[in-house]
Design a protein. Sequence first.
Length: 169
Amino acid sequence: MTGNAEQTRSRVAAAHRTALTLVLAFTMSIVIYAGVGLLILSMRGTSMRAELPYAFYVTAAILAIGSIVIRRAQMQGMKLEVVAGTLGVEGLIKHLLKATILAAAIAEIIGVLALLVAFFGGDRSDVIRLGVVALAVSLYNYPRRLAWQRVVDYFSATNAAAPQSSLGL
């Protein structure tokens, strides 16, 4: 393995560790939000059921679908090719990291909705449902190092094999 390829692998590993740490931290905070929401509901007791949780469900569904769409759009082959072509391998690694963090942050917002529904008249099942949706979105966005490494290896080989013009095009 050449020094450049080894250096690229170490940069992918470092970016993956960062993404993994952030996604796991977001996941843990989702669990904490849901736990606090359940604790609030158990301390408050029973109250009249409000119709407001349906707005939370719709918002959570839109955010969940949006997170999946954003991740798929950012990880699409053509998008990765454009990023690798314009920003190089380092820019591609940063792009993978940013896309993962963005999608995980959307899952975090759904987790916050699980906590908020406890304050706005939801019940135990509402908090649990929103918490499960947030965890599912978070797990869907879990970064896969092997996939990242394959993408970076492919585009670093492609960029190295592509002839450069004197204009850099």
